[in-house]
Design a protein around this ligand. Structure first.
Ligand code: NAP
Length: 300
């Protein structure tokens, strides 16, 4: 490969503020490729997590103090639960280098802009992002080098964000294997409410409903779970703090989608009650079509 085509590290120092499933997956890609950043600095809330990060060898340096973690970094990526962003942004703001890019991976985008943008100093760029990829596991051991492969990352830059900064974050995600799209933050939150947040709400609720059943039925639920319940329990195994923060920070869109879902569930209940076989069959057929489309788009 000609010298000019050799991909150079995008950043000199990438600071990951929070290094669980998502942060450690980015760190693993950075390690594997070598062209995301020359140096990776990891920050977490607890020394136990940082000690594990050192054992895994996925960062060059670990810092328990967020100010020390972001100092001198030309890219700072927030990878903590979104409810922690405002406090983190306030603490790190005075230590951000001029020209640095602050980005994030949070599952909600309007709240992230509301909570982080006011703390971004002049001369520092802010490019919010959301890799739409994940598993039900958390912590630095859960990260996967191919987590973002073939998945979408959505960028939601506020108006007048420096285009070169947006392009560098887009390139970071392309190097992680992602496809990238720029989206308006409110639109992002509505789309994610239906494709991710509502399904999680339903999964948490159905597990609660099953758990509330009388002892004897509950045992039967576990025994015969393979008939459908099992798939809900996988989604419902996700991190409680992360999902608490997602629900509370995408309240309007989530409640709107839940209201629409409740109406549709009522319509289905009515069809069941009155024996409307065509209605039921039509709904199942439409759902199968959606599943087939996902498989064709390689997002299943
Ligand atoms: P995770 O595995 O639970 O890791 C969270 C990390 O953030 C840990 O390193 C944790 O440190 C740190 N942290 C927690 N509270 C903190 C605080 N108050 N200050 C500083 N650090 C703190 O979480 P994750 O699944 O990677 O999710 C991280 C972000 O990615 C969230 O904003 C989430 O919305 C977004 N996201 C998640 C998924 C998914 O499927 N999981 C997908 C896309 C985007 P300790 O370990 O020391 O507590």
């Amino acid at each position: 490969m000609a010298e000019s085509l050799v991909p150079r590290p995008l950043f000199k120092r990438l600071a990951l503020v929070g290094i669980g499933l998502i942060g450690s997956s980015v760190a693993r890609v950075a390690r594997a490729r070598g062209d995301l950043a020359t140096e990776i600095v990891a920050n977490a809330r607890t020394e136990a997590t940082l000690s594990r990060v050192r054992e895994l060898g996925i960062a060059d340096r670990t810092e328990i103090d967020v100010a020390a973690a972001v100092a001198g970094a030309d890219c700072v990526m927030l990878c903590a639960p979104v409810g922690a962003y405002a406090e983190l942004a306030e603490r790190m703001a005075p230590h951000l280098a001029q020209g640095a890019i602050v980005t994030d991976v949070g599952s909600t985008k309007q709240s992230v802009i509301r909570d982080v943008a006011p703390f971004i100093p002049t001369g520092v760029h802010f490019v919010p992002a959301h890799p739409v990829a994940g598993t039900e596991y958390s912590g630095p051991d859960a990260g996967l080098v191919d987590l973002f492969q073939g998945r979408w990352t959505l960028l939601t830059p506020p108006p007048a964000t420096d285009e070169a900064a947006v392009e560098r974050i887009a390139e970071l995600w392309r190097r992680c294997g992602s496809m990238v799209e720029v989206m308006e933050p409110g639109h992002h939150d509505r789309v994610l409410a239906i494709v991710s947040h509502l399904p999680h709400l339903i999964a948490f609720t159905i597990c609660g409903t099953a758990d509330d059943l009388a002892d004897e039925s509950r045992q039967q639920v576990l025994k015969f779970a393979a008939s459908g319940f099992r798939d809900f329990t996988r989604i419902a195994a996700s991190d409680p703090v992360m999902w608490r923060d997602v629900f509370l920070n995408n309240r309007e869109a989530l409640l709107e989608m839940l209201a629409r879902f409740t109406e549709d569930a009522q319509a289905m209940a009515r069809a069941v009650r009155w024996g409307d076989a065509d209605y039921i069959e039509d709904k199942v057929k439409r759902s199968r079509k959606i599943r087939r489309s996902l498989i064709e788009l390689k997002q299943a």
